[in-house]
Design a protein around this ligand. Sequence first.
Ligand code: HEM
Length: 521
Amino acid sequence: MSKGGSREGPLVHSTLATFWALFRYSPTLTIVTLLAIRFLFRRYVSPLRRYPGPFLASGTRLHSAFLTWRGKTHEDHIALHRKYGPVVRIQPNQLSFASPEAARQILSPGKGFHKTLFYWVFPPYGNPDIFTEVREEVHATKKRFVNQPYSLASFQAMTPWVDQTIQLLCDKLDGICISGTLSTPLNLGDYLHYFAFDVLGQVAFSTAFGFLEQGKDVDGAIKSIDAVQVYDGIVGQIPFLDRFLRRAFYWDYLPWVTPLSNNYITRTALAQLAKRENSNTKPGRRDLLSMLLESHEKDPNKFDKNSVFAVAHGAIFAGSDSTASTMQTFMWNILNNPSIYERLITEIFDAHQAGKLSEIVAWDESQKHLPYFQACLKEAMRIGPAVGLAIYRKVPGTGTEINGTFIPCGTELAVNAWVLHRDQDIFGRDADVYRPERWLAAEGDEKNESRIKRMDRYMFQFGGGSHVCIGRNLAILEINKVLPQLLRRYKFELVAPGRPMHQHSSFFVVQEGLEVRFQRR
Ligand code: HEM
């Protein structure tokens, strides 16, 4: 033992003795003192101490848990960056970046920035899906098996089931509006939500969940998924707590808890899997589940049955609120801007009258013949991306340099698309405004074309790198079909123009209040 060591012995001993005496005198005071010391240590001794941010955030993760609980992180993170600058310390060991260039670096594949334990909190436990898997090598293996089922070609092959769901949505809306007059107020947001869920039911399990058919949130499934998401978002800020909460053996026995396995979506998915396992006949069509089962058969050890279920089931969770939120943002913004709405409707009708749109709009027709629609959609995904919380990665190895400064190994990095998409250098000085025209360039206008290419490079609505949204092909396909279809078929009016939707983000931005009156054109 060194000389220093021999002096430390009595010092440690007397410090412990002091704490023991204090503890015996007042346990509460001792715990408060220890927490205060821990707070001050994190705030002032950490290498991140030079970064600005809220006082509480620098010493405790309860601050970001509180912000997530409030459900306004999409606004709070913008406000934090406007107050403190491009890099903000939002947790003792976490920095948020506002620069789109920094975000590209953090998300780019092969640089070793892996997902943090935030994702570990999201179910299912024991067998994470593509989204929740935090072990990068395992994620890469699983992804090899799911790439083909998730390809654009696979989803295109499922177009008839998307069309069938669009038809069902239109039938429902037709039934609500009386011909020639505007309907009574309808929560269109709910119907877009039901649509997104039913498409996923068809695509993943060849079964509509019945939300549209029944015109309601069957068995409170959507509500309960949103509640699970609130838990994930908040506890994800302090992941170890999950061990004492949802992962604890007593959790499912608590009177106010409905086990996730009892959710209507999960029950339906399990029933479909059981049906496939118990019958020798394959379903008449190839859905996500059957393609994943084919992947499993190729290498049952590397991609087992539990993974098949986790991935197919995970698609519903990852793809429903996200797609619904994007469609709601689009509708709210175009309906709130009469000149944009007019221009969009004119474009759709011109294309329709020129015979360029099928009876149910095809996604490539929409891409080719509706450039203003594409601009409106892109702008909706820019101004109101569906993920309202940050996405998180960890600094690898010996540390890294971002934005010209060194960040130590193990630091968590956060990027929020709501912040990134308001960068005025990339998106223009009016980046806070919904203006689809920023995405348009006249033919041969090279200057504007390269400006648009640059904006495209810095869009993060689907994340980026090796974890870029794997379901984006499906989302883009269905949105490109259903929205022009609705706009061509109905005339919409907001019940309360200018009234913002209520937005709550614990991961996805869940929105309420897209109330419209509408009639058949
Ligand atoms: C407009 C709709 C959608 C948006 C805006 C969206 C957004 C995102 C974002 C931002 C990520 C990255 C999250 C992160 O890195 O932390 C992500 C990942 C993911 N999304 Fe989507 N998503 C959408 C639709 C879908 C759909 C329809 C599906 C499934 C069919 C899906 C499945 C997934 C999966 C599995 C991941 C994890 C990918 C990985 O980590 O490798 N998403 N999504």
